[in-house]
Write a protein that binds this ligand. Structure first.
Ligand SMILES: [Zn+2]
Length: 394
């Protein structure tokens, strides 16, 4: 049976041990050790990483009550040097212990029990059986949890019997009946748990609540502890600093500045819309004065489809005409008419676009289409003009 060094001292980072067994499966090697400080996945805490004899560990699991280390290469039997990925382990210890503390404060302040715990590389959450937290309640929860951190309360871990368990005010019953491991956070709680924890609450560093997500019957609390919270703070500060410098204002004025900027933009868009209307009106008059016929065709180098549609609609509202416009800017075409000829615009486009690689459609009074390039647009416009001319000859 392997000696569990992580229960003797959670701060062990390197040690010598002996390989007991090696088994190969699916090009991975399953290794057991005489002594291990590699924590296997369990109790919501992910497994440790590190190296055995310089070979990477990709997983640590309890299989048939044995702690099995999964390696990428086969190690030699005998004495080996073991190294724990301490950064990863300490992150787990900070968050696992932080979870104990946060759950304890949820119970103390709101009588809310923790239903589950997720500790991943992307996010960390607890689900608590309370539907809602007000802003003040979130603040007091965060405040008290951090108060306990700053008081640097000791964490004691020890094994007890089921008889001794009856004497302890544990927060939940253990899943095992023997070798019951208790994690006592001084003056806060007695919790049966097999995970790895920090030695004092001060080592959690801090608990920062990020988001309270309301679910049907519970609340999911997103939080970060210790170094993760510090990294988050640095990243957030970098964003605020960039925004502050971009808008040349202090952080308290950034939102006001963005709101003002949005209002200005809206104002400019409204102005732009009005100017386009006036422009279309002006162009309509110009086109009508230059062309007295029923068929009006023109190619524009710098107008969008939307502008063509606006102008064509204005012309057909003023005169009984057939309007065929092309946009070189977007390789698009529109056809508008107001009942002056027996042509359904949408059908005319659908029947003839294919030859020119165009795609589009519309209804009896208006249609629009897009083309792969300017040559196909020009080809279609020439063809359509000829066809429409035939139809508009009296
Ligand atoms: Zn624990």
């Amino acid at each position: 049976m392997t000696t569990k060094l992580y229960y003797e001292d959670t701060s062990i980072k390197t040690w010598d041990s002996e390989i007991l067994t090696v088994a190969e499966k699916d090009s991975h090697f399953y290794v057991t050790l005489q002594e291990t400080a590699f924590y296997p996945e369990g109790g919501g805490q992910p497994s440790d990483r590190g190296k055995i004899a310089g070979i990477d560990i990709v997983d640590v699991q309890v299989i048939n009550e044995e702690i099995v280390h999964v390696l990428t290469r086969k190690p030699e039997l005998g004495k080996v040097y073991c190294e724990l990925d301490w950064e990863r382990r300490f992150d787990h210890m900070q968050h696992h212990s932080g979870q104990h503390l946060l759950s304890a404060v949820c119970r103390e302040l709101f009588d809310a029990n923790t239903l589950s715990f997720h500790l991943g590389t992307d996010y960390v959450t607890i689900d608590v059986d309370r539907k809602e937290f007000s802003k003040d309640q979130v603040n007091s929860l965060e405040q008290l949890a951090n108060q306990y951190i700053f008081e640097n309360r000791k964490l004691h871990t020890y094994f007890i019997t089921s008889e001794q368990l009856k004497e302890l005010p544990v927060v939940k019953l253990p899943k095992v009946t023997e070798n019951i491991r208790i994690v006592e956070m001084e003056g806060i709680e007695y919790n049966p748990c097999g995970g790895t924890h920090v030695r004092q609450t001060g080592e959690i560093g801090m608990i920062k609540l990020l988001k309270m997500e309301k679910q049907k019957s519970f609340t999911r609390i997103y939080f970060k502890c210790g170094f993760r919270a510090l990294r988050d703070f640095s990243e957030s500060l970098a964003i605020i600093t960039r925004l502050s410098s971009k808008y040349s204002v202090g952080r308290d004025d950034i939102l006001d500045r963005i709101n003002r900027s949005e209002q200005n933009q809206k104002h400019l868009l409204d102005e732009n819309e009005k100017l386009k209307e006036e422009m279309a009106l002006f162009e309509m008059k110009e086109i009508l004065s230059e062309n007295n016929g029923i068929l009006i065709t023109r190619e524009f180098s710098n107008k969008s489809l939307k502008e063509l549609q606006l102008l064509a609609a204005k012309i057909t509202s003023k005169r009984d005409a057939v309007v065929l416009f092309g946009s070189v800017l977007e390789n698009k075409a529109v056809l508008y008419q107001n009942g002056v000829i027996e042509v359904n615009c949408g059908q005319f486009f659908k029947q003839n676009l294919g030859v020119y690689g165009g795609k589009g459609g519309g209804n009896d009074k208006s249609a629009q289409a897009g083309f792969p390039n300017s040559e196909s647009l020009a080809g279609f416009l020439t063809f359509a003009e000829l066809e429409l001319k035939k139809l508009t000859v009296d």
